[in-house]
Design a protein around this ligand. Sequence first.
Ligand code: SF4
Ligand code: SF4
Length: 102
Amino acid sequence: MGRGMDRCRRQAPGMGTGCDPDQVAAPAPSTAASSPAKPDAGQRRSVAIIDDEACMLCGLCEPACPTKAITMGALAAQVTTGLCRGCGICVQECPADAIKLI
Ligand code: SF4
Ligand code: SF4
C-alpha cells in the first residue's frame, strides 16, 4: 500500500494530482441514448381463426363483425384475415367457442 503512495509522490511532487481518486477520469457517460422501443416492433395484429369442426354455422358472428371480415362458407364461417382487426367481438359472440384470436 505504501509503495503506491510513494510512486504517486514521485510522479507528481507537490501537485496532489495523478493519484487522487477524485481526479481519476470517470468513464464518460454514454451519450447514446438507449434506442426507444418501436411501438409495433415485433408485434403483429391478431386475427380471428375459425375451427371448421366446431363451427355450427349459426351465423351469429357474421353480422357481429364490424369490418365484415366474416362470411358464411358451406361448412363453416370464414374469416378474411386482411379485413380482420382482431377486435375479438366474434369470439365473444360464438356459442360454439369455434373462434380464436391468434
Ligand atoms: S376479431 Fe373482430 S374484426 Fe376479426 S373477424 Fe372477429 S369480429 Fe371481425
Ligand atoms: S358464431 Fe361460431 S358457430 Fe356461429 S357461425 Fe360463427 S364461428 Fe360458426
